[in-house]
Design a protein around this ligand. Structure first.
Ligand code: A2P
Length: 320
């Protein structure tokens, strides 16, 4: 299906489709998360329905399934914007992790490569993905500098293995650890962004550096209370939209790339067409009303993994 998906311009001159399909961790320990065959079907369906942007990560363990879905869609690789992310245990070996990603996906370049979290993990720890210390805390490589990870990101860009580079889950404090020595400014910072966690101050800072925000969990994650928020429901009824459309259109109207996740074909389709319709329909007054909800008492983060380091974010649970 041909859908005209809006594109945003990045600070390196490249364009990114403003709506992408988000992917989540596939882990046999959590059977309620997406299963490999669901991922392949979701990606194939999304591309056939007009998505041209797929967001995945080495750490989710689903790159092979994503690659299969892309091939099954029949749409040429060159027409699809593919993002993947460097996992924490690979900060000192960026090109090696990237090579695995490229081979998993079955492609020879990425459109966008991100540092997944600003948390280098011990590459020689007791587990390749989530190394733990004897006390059960995640095994962080405290000596490794993020600025050095960024140098290696710049190197793979210069080699032509990726077209753009960026970061994910970086607060202003963490961005300031890489910006002074960066030759290339990150094109994006992918964050948990939605009406209950709008991170207005961080977005302002990113705007001053020309770093485009990308929203993961734009719908507020599984069993989201955002979909039944009274202001969202009232705006949706007023414009004959679905609540999910309002949540996505609100972010698009603010220049934020949205990456809604779904393994349900009807929702995958509805999220793309609804987001675009809401972008065309929502007014400045609607956006301002939604902008104020978090400060009025609804501030809430849904994704707060137990990293044993201060990430520098507002509204993050206190370290134990
Ligand atoms: P499912 O995969 O079963 O369709 P987020 O992107 O904010 O992390 O949200 C993902 C969650 O929201 C998933 O549980 C997904 O369920 C659900 N979801 C995705 N799209 C919609 C929609 N249009 N309406 C309701 N729930 C949705």
């Amino acid at each position: 299906m041909a859908v005209n998906v809006p594109k945003f311009k990045l600070n390196d001159g490249k364009e990114i489709p403003a709506v992408g399909l988000g992917e989540a961790l596939v882990d046999p320990r959590f059977p309620n998360l997406s299963k490999p065959e669901e991922v392949t079907k979701a990606v194939e369906h999304a591309i056939k329905e007009g998505y041209r942007h797929i967001d995945c990560a080495w750490g989710y363990g689903n790159e092979k399934d994503v690659g299969e879905g892309i091939r099954l869609s029949g749409v040429p690789r060159s027409e699809i914007f593919i993002t993947s992310k460097l996992w924490g245990t690979w900060h000192s070996r960026v090109e090696e992790c990237l090579d695995q990603t490229l081979s998993n996906l079955g492609t020879d370049y990425l459109d966008l490569y991100l540092i997944h979290w600003p948390v280098p993990l011990n590459p020689k720890g007791n587990h390749p993905v989530f190394p733990l210390l004897p006390d059960g805390k995640r095994d962080v490589d405290h000596a490794w500098k993020l600025a050095d990870t960024w140098k290696q990101m710049e190197a793979v860009l210069k080699k032509g293995k990726v077209r753009s580079i960026g970061v994910s889950n970086f607060s202003q404090t963490k961005l300031e650890e890489i910006l002074p020595t960066a030759e290339i400014i990150p094109v994006v910072n992918q964050l948990e962004l939605h009406i209950y966690n709008p991170q207005h101050k961080l977005i302002e800072f990113m705007k001053s550096k020309n770093i485009t925000p990308q929203a993961y969990s734009p719908l507020g994650s599984t069993n989201s209370p955002l979909l039944t928020d009274p202001d969202v429901v009232s705006i949706a009824e007023q414009h004959k939209l679905q609540p999910a459309d309002v949540l996505l259109g609100y972010l698009l109207a603010k220049g934020i790339v949205v990456l809604p996740k779904s393994v349900t074909p009807s929702r995958i389709t509805a999220n793309l067409t609804g987001a675009i319709r809401a972008l065309e329909t929502l007014t400045k007054v609607d956006v301002e009303r939604l902008d104020g909800l978090a400060a009025a008492g609804k501030q809430k983060r849904f994704i707060t993994p137990p990293w044993p380091v201060d990430l520098g974010f507002e509204h993050w649970p206190k370290l134990l």
